[in-house]
Design a protein around this ligand. Structure first.
Ligand SMILES: C[S@@+](CC[C@H](N)C(=O)[O-])C[C@H]1O[C@@H](n2cnc3c(N)ncnc32)[C@H](O)[C@@H]1O
Length: 270
């Protein structure tokens, strides 16, 4: 890991820091593993490292709803001013106490009073973009909502990983039934509901995403592809075949079949 130094956060984990000036250089310095497990395990740490590296304090979590990144206390402990966005007022009603909320559609017209142009240094999202109806519009809005020099990170599942392709192709009622059978907590009224997935622009290929992100206003762009998932962890045989497929795809960089991606962009200026 080509990191200049490492700093400890209150949890005892290590927040990497680097001397990189571009998003590309910063992400390269983190040396992400190819498996998507790295993306899940290092999401918070990557955000803290970005905040530290680029001096970002006002953070908006898009689609944070009932399950935001940090509690109010944790955000304060990290020196962050966290505001939780969601399109769904019902989700925001479940946001833990003490956190500020902002009710607007990230792919809407930004006319809602809660959408403050230039108001955020860092905008992040986890498992949200696959549900957004117009992702190019969302990125254009993110560009407008970021302050100059601001950074955005979106972590989402991608097509055409076979598991997500199936979710995409099956009618919503069928994919919902499968998810509810496998994960009871995701049944209606459970603590982790299933939202319809659209997968607009949810790809792990830089070549595919960069022109769209440039149209949205960004030039400092990084797309980090990941392969692999844990859906088959209780299915011996299928699990090994799937792992071999993903490991092989990662080895040759076949980004048509990524399972997840981080898209990280920085607005010019600042
Ligand atoms: C699968 S949940 C993810 C919640 C949380 N980020 C997590 O990782 O557990 C997706 C969330 O995105 C929100 N969402 C979907 N479309 C949105 C949009 N266009 N603008 C803002 N939030 C949106 C949903 O209401 C929901 O709370």
């Amino acid at each position: 890991m080509a990191l200049a130094s490492a700093l400890s956060e209150p949890t005892g984990r290590t927040v990497p820091s680097s001397t990189a000036r571009s998003i590309e250089g910063f992400m390269h310095g983190l040396a992400p593993h190819w498996h998507a497990r790295w993306a899940w395990e290092n999401y918070e740490l990557t955000i803290l490292a970005l905040a530290r590296q680029f001096g970002l304090r006002r953070i908006c979590e898009i689609g944070g709803g009932r399950d935001p990144l940090f509690t109010a206390e944790e955000a304060r402990g990290h020196g962050l001013d966290l505001i939780v966005n969601d399109i769904d007022a019902g989700e925001l009603a479940l946001t833990p106490a003490g956190l500020r909320t902002a009710h607007f559609d990230i792919a809407g017209d930004l006319r809602e009073p809660d959408a403050v142009r230039g108001g955020y240094d860092l905008m992040v999202s986890r498992m949200v973009f696959e549900h957004v109806h117009d992702v190019e519009r969302a990125w254009t809005n993110i560009h407008a909502l970021l302050a100059p020099g601001g950074v955005a990170l979106a972590f989402f599942p991608t097509l055409w990983a076979p598991v997500f392709a199936l979710n995409h192709i099956l009618p919503e009622s069928a994919s919902r039934a499968i998810v509810h059978a496998l994960y009871p907590a995701r049944r209606d009224g459970g603590g982790d509901p299933k939202f319809p997935a659209l997968y607009d622009w949810c790809r792990g290929s830089r070549a595919r995403l960069a022109p769209m992100l440039q149209r949205a206003g960004f030039s400092d762009i990084h797309v980090q592809p990941f392969w692999g998932h844990d859906y088959f962890k209780r299915m011996p045989g299928l699990r090994e075949i799937d792992h071999a497929f993903n490991a092989g795809a990662a080895r040759i960089g076949w980004d048509f079949v990524t399972t997840h991606a981080y898209v990280v962009v920085r607005k010019a200026g600042g």
